[in-house]
Design a protein. Sequence first.
Length: 144
Amino acid sequence: MKTIFDTSVIIAALVESHPMHGRAFPWLQQAKEKKFELIVASHTLAELYAVLSTLPLKPRISSSVAWRLIKENIESISKVISLTPADYSSTIKSLSEMGVIGGTVYDALIAKVAKKAKVERLITLNIDHFKRVWQDGQNKIIAP
């Protein structure tokens, strides 16, 4: 079963002190055990790095540790899917027409990858964000 993770789920799974770690970590474990095919949007790798390397933790996650976490826990077990320039353009146009602004664009891009990869599940901590931008995939959007 093809499954895509939102960035929020990956962060929660990787950071033990995250309040949703207990719910997200088992999903990452299942992906590592190949219980399903994990799909990740290519831009999620960059978003993960940005978030992990700036989280207000003591001690802070260093740039090299952030990279290692991504490489060993996500990139090594997933199929990374990229969007074309036309995919980006059509996604942004669609958001514009819906009046959606701001960071929701990143959720919309993950939803676009989900459609492109024909996933059966999108796992997220932000269900409402995804239901807004992937209306025809609402039955595939679930919380960990």
